[in-house]
Design a protein around this ligand. Sequence first.
Ligand code: CTP
Length: 412
Amino acid sequence: MDGKRILLIIGGGIAAYKSLELIRLLAKDGIGARVILTKAGAEFVTPLSVSALSGDKVFQDLFNLTDEAEMGHIELSRSADLIVVAPATADLLAKAANGLANDLASTTLLATDKPVLMVPAMNVRMWEHAAVKRNVAQLVADGVHVMQPDVGPMACGEFGPGRLPEPERIAAQIRKLLAGPVGAGPLAGFRAIVTAGPTREPLDPVRFISNHSSGKQGYAIAEALSRLGADVRLVTGPTSLAIPDGVTPVKVETAVEMHDAVKAQLPADIFVAVAAVADWRPATRAQTKLKLKGAQEAGVALQLVENPDILKRIASKKKDRPRLVIGFAAETDNVEAHAKAKLLRKGCDWILANDVSGDVMGGSDNEVLLVTRKGTERWPRMAKAEVALKLADRIAEAFYDPEGAAKIGAAE
Ligand code: CTP
């Protein structure tokens, strides 16, 4: 990584001190850091300690004439291979998402033509606030890389997501981004959408219909595709799993939301539907909690309506159909025959079929069949993470090796 350089924007937050450690870690890899310290950032770390570690002057003021004479903010914004904002405060995220430019940090973010990595850190309530979620979604849509904060106890005494990731994790992400799309893996430059986890279909404000899906297989596939360099969007129902590094999450609850979220991420090259989507949802969603009173004698009749079949709809799109559409088939009997029928019914290119009569849902292992239009491959029982790596390899092969593609029946 010798000779690579980042521009590090240190925002105001109790975690700002971790950015000093980050500078030190990167220097060990030969990655230089030039630093912009925001006004709030300077409340937590001093320009002196930053410049001692970075070995460079620290930039603080948009209207510092000497700096403007030596290097304008435009030049500064382009003087590095990557811009990293750590900690990225709610304020910095909001400015960047809305294109504000009223100080050196925000002006630099607006003027740059380089990739940007935001490493958020803030109070858990702030991180979960609708406004912050909106801003993060906007940044992701604008092509900004946004890391997921760590979950844990916070300086303010609360617990949850919002902590700045450990410097080692940030450094790993920086190395990955600096490695660039070329040579970063066979799927660099490809976009993949993966659905994972269960959906929740609400009956009233406290009850919902759902299933036992843990999300493990979908998350592992998202991670494996990302490791091969793909830009992965993980559209996920509620799970207890951490979002894999480098993967962009889109969190949803219901099947309808999942369908909308997948469409919003198109166009993509690869679509892998792993989610255990609820086939039905209650016809009505009560605004207040349904009462038992009066229902005992009559019994409760639940009216259900069908949910969109996301896999089928994406596979049958005329415009924007991903080149490779892969579904899962959860079966309890006649696995291969049902999977073949499902492949045709859903219009997808490949189906990974598994027998869910055992402990697959929630378990760590999986035994699958890869069913394509050309035939069936039986994979031995292996860990879900291994299934994911093998599938990601197969996908890369299908895109790169015409013979491989023919052999496994990839989409034309
Ligand atoms: N799927 C989907 N949207 C739905 C239902 C399923 O995208 N509303 C996807 C799943 O993510 C999976 C595949 O379709 O990739 C097959 O799911 P499965 O539950 O096995 O099949 P069903 O379509 O529900 O068919 P059946 O219940 O008849 O087996």
